[in-house]
Design a protein around this ligand. Structure first.
Ligand code: RRO
Length: 304
């Protein structure tokens, strides 16, 4: 039997477990389609809310040791605009996941309902942006809010709901359990880590918004720890996200129990080839280990 990277996730069949993370190349259907055609197994859109948002002024991104910091401020044209982007993205033939945000259960439910009318294959609830007040990590740090928002969304839509969590909490496993109690079908772990960069010459924070979210290789061990802790606490699938740059990183997340991995910052360093590169590396790794499927690898490190 040949090595097969196909992954069963949320009742969907992904040709491989490599998913474009929210926020990178995800605002337009054309870029989503390009990413899908470059080898991703599924793609996640930028986070959309009920109302349009301009986002923060520049600078919104800065490179730091070990990765990038961003404070984009959720720029998006409003979820009503998402439909044509999803229609375009779906032409590539891989699952499209719509990321949405809000500031209350009613808000999330409305955004989810509008987004699902565009027929994405799943919805990802962003309850974890580290630097936009009221619509981000403030929700994701509150276990009761995560549970009730998830429940409100599940009551409104039929497609699978993924909840993307923030690492900026004391006990991420408890938050994951709340998402599961609210009816989440899967968890994505993690969003960016709240961080600060200061320019010594300017004597002020570099990003216009002050604080930002750190992504990239610097956060990989934190993300891996979160996936491991969550997987031990819940029964639903976990999607790993945070600093995955190559096939070895992807293998580590799968060993920690991830059923799929999201890739974002690596695109800034490695371009769209990253999906094919990681796919090839994963295939070779499985063959070297005498395994045929990713399911054989998933969670093996949890027993240790
Ligand atoms: O738009 C952003 O500034 C942003 C979001 Br919504 C998020 O979820 N995570 C992040 O690092 N930045």
């Amino acid at each position: 039997m040949a090595t097969d990277l196909a992954t069963e996730l949320l009742g969907l069949r992904l040709r491989n477990p490599l998913i474009l993370a929210a926020g990178i190349l995800g605002i337009s259907g054309h870029t989503l389609r390009r990413v899908a055609e470059s080898g991703a197994g599924a793609v996640v859109t930028k986070s959309y809310g009920v109302e349009p948002r301009v986002g923060y002024p520049n600078p919104t991104v800065v490179e730091v040791t070990g990765g990038l910091m961003n404070a984009m401020g959720l720029p998006n044209p409003g979820v009503a605009e998402l439909k044509e982007e999803i229609v375009e993205a779906k032409k590539a033939g891989v699952p499209v996941i719509a990321s949405i945000y809000g500031c209350s259960g009613a808000d999330y439910a409305e955004a989810a309902e509008i987004a699902s009318s565009a027929q994405p294959q799943a919805i990802e609830l962003n309850v974890s942006c580290p630097h936009v007040k009221e619509v981000g990590a403030q929700i994701g740090q509150d276990a009761d809010a995560v549970e009730s928002i998830t429940r409100s969304v599940k009551a409104k839509i039929r497609i699978p709901v993924i909840v993307k969590l923030t690492p900026n909490v004391t006990n991420i496993a408890e938050i994951a359990k709340s998402a599961q109690s609210g009816g989440a079908d899967a968890i994505t772990a993690i969003n960016t880590l709240k961080a600060l960069a200061i320019d010594p010459d300017m004597m002020r924070p570099i990003l216009a918004a002050g604080m930002g979210g750190l992504s990239g290789p610097a956060i990989k061990p934190v993300a891996l720890r979160c996936v491991y802790e969550i997987k031990k606490a819940v029964d639903i699938p976990v999607i790993g996200c945070g600093g995955i740059m190559n096939w070895r990183d992807a293998v580590e997340f799968i060993l920690a129990g991830a059923s799929g991995v999201q890739i974002g910052t690596a695109l800034m360093y490695k371009d769209l080839m990253v999906f094919k590169d990681i796919e090839e590396g994963l295939r070779d790794f499985l063959a070297r280990k005498g395994m045929n499927t990713l399911a054989e690898l998933c969670g093996l490190a949890l027993a240790a």
